[in-house]
Design a binder for this molecule. Sequence first.
Ligand code: UDP
Length: 451
Amino acid sequence: SNRQPTTKHVAVLAFPFGTHAGPLLRLVRKLSDAAPDVRFSFLSTPKSNDSVFSDRGSIGDDRVKRFDVGDGLPEGHVGKQMEVMERFLEGAAERFRKGMETAAREMGEEIGCLISDAFYWFVGEMAEEMKVEWVAFWTSGPRPLLVHLCTDLIRERIDIKSCESREKSLEFLPGFSKMRAADLPGEVLSPSLDSPFPNLLHKMGHHLPKATSVLINSFEELDSQIHNQLNSTLRNYLNIGPFSILPLPPRPSDDHACLPWLDNHPPNSVVYISFGGFLSPPPHELAALAEALQEFEIPFLWSFRGNAEENLPKGLLERSRGKIVPWAPQVQILMHSSVGAFVTHGGWNSVLESVGGGVPMIGRPFLGDQRMNLKTVENVWGIGVGLEGGVVSKNGVLKALGKVLGSEEGKLMREKVGILQGLAHKAAESTGSSSRNFTRLVEIVTKINLG
Ligand code: UDP
């Protein structure tokens, strides 16, 4: 037989914004442990690399080596997130190409496989030129992935120019009868697929079916109907999560003593609040949330982006039973028995971590995939609620807290999320589906059949 040579050097191309590069690096470290003869070159911007490699010093180790690529900005430029992202994407392929040349030279080894953030459809073309495999890592959930694959169909069915059409059901997509056009990621219905981010996602939808493998931080049993559709569209579609349950180091530190604080509270008595790594609701919503927490007289743990003292009503902490921290070990918090509800923006990592901890959610989505993730939580899985009007108001939060923590409906949510939690843990066991899929991934990357 004509066996291909085994891979010795893999280039990893990370997306340097949002919570993308961190999970990818954790995945690569796990791969590296499973394939110790393979060298990995991890390419991202200096800022992103500084942040994700901070756990082991800036160098990394010699099996997973850090390489910096330019961010496309003039020296010292400060811009809005979207602008910074768009300027990065412009010319990103060329900068990555150069970065890979440097990596090949420094490692003294040609690149034999490309792993990239799924956003980077152009890596599919690079892989073709280089005659190597392309493994794409999708960092959100299965439903947003499926709608990006179906963008053309959706745009044939939904009139993007009419406002009423936003209320239209997505029932023409199998498994989406409980969702409306308005729940889609905004990019899918963008007035122009030529603008940078909608364009990136649209092209991704066209290129992903060519990837050798598409990876997702999820587990097959979570949403079988959607899983089956993705599985028949994509090659080697591998669910290898939840990362929060798998032994993927490093364990985060608890600098603000959140876990001991939780230890002092009875089961299901605390609400945990976080809107992800970057977002913060506008000041009037922060104030409304704070007032509701105080009136409900519930202990809360709040991972707060920005300056809490400036942005929250004066004296809140003295009056309430809350703890506010600038960063929290979220995975461990959601696994703690004292946490009874999670107020979240619906970022995929957060949703999956909440499932892994068996905690019902209260959702306040902002952008991208968050609305679709939270609609799935509420309407499909029945493990959480939205807020009246989709934004934070004092009454809306009081109602949601009452429902989740003090009603029969809330009890049912806890039961349902407990069932999913069980399936998640099962998938992550050594004989579970995610572990099997990971073994397959190692084979694809190393080209060594583990039997
Ligand atoms: N996170 C954390 N501590 C915090 C806030 C967030 O560890 O105080 C982690 C959280 O566990 C999750 C990630 O940051 O893994 C946020 O990712 P998500 O996809 O939910 O949202 P994004 O940051 O991309 O908006």
